[in-house]
Design a binder for this molecule. Sequence first.
Ligand code: MG
Ligand code: MG
Length: 257
Amino acid sequence: MAGVALKTREDLAKMRKAGRVVHQVHQRVREICKPGITTREIDEEAQRVIDQSGATGLFKGYPGPTPFPGTLCISVNEEVVHGIGSDRQVADGDIVGIDCGVKLDGWCGDAATTILVGDVPADVRDMCEATEQCLRIAIENTRPGRKWSQVAQLMQRYAESRGYGVVREFVGHGIGRNMHEEPKVPNYADRNTRRHDIMLREGIVLAIEPMLTLGARDVETLADGWTVVTKDRKASAHYEHTVAVTSTGAEVLTDGN
Ligand code: MG
Ligand code: MG
């Protein structure tokens, strides 16, 4: 497990402070994410919350085909992850994925949620609930002495038994002083992920982030170089928490506690 940095209780306390800022951003966005608001206005409000907290957003300027332009990743409907705030107005029936990462006093927090706006079609609503349930399953089953692939398999089985696709191209990650640390944290298990498996142990901190699709699991990236969409343009949901492995189980660092 070379490269997986273990965190102390002191480190976790600092990560929880960063996690609280992420939680505040999510709370504020949930208040304002109503029909008619533009995704850019949501992004700007998130930046204000982060500025007031003394933290730094981790996404703006993130290296890619172009530096990422937004504070949040805002991914609507068929957008899976890495959507960019724009003039697009949120509409009744949309699902709006909000992903936020910040650094505070040298430590990172990262969490995502999907907001259901107004009258969302029942099949899309069910898919969102199943994605959140996948994250819950992962948190409940994360504990020392278990391999990540065992947890991932539980997530995958649940999602696929409900008929949803599990995105392969984007996965969770270790997190600490940097947003993206070792190991990779896939939401499925196969021969290849088992080859790079990790044994969970106290002090490992993971950003666990299931992404499910209503249709096929295949995704592609739009011409902006960032926005990932489902190939069949059916809806997709994304939920994420920063989760520490403790001596007996797991502790969520981005739930606002
Ligand atoms: Mg995230
Ligand atoms: Mg993440």
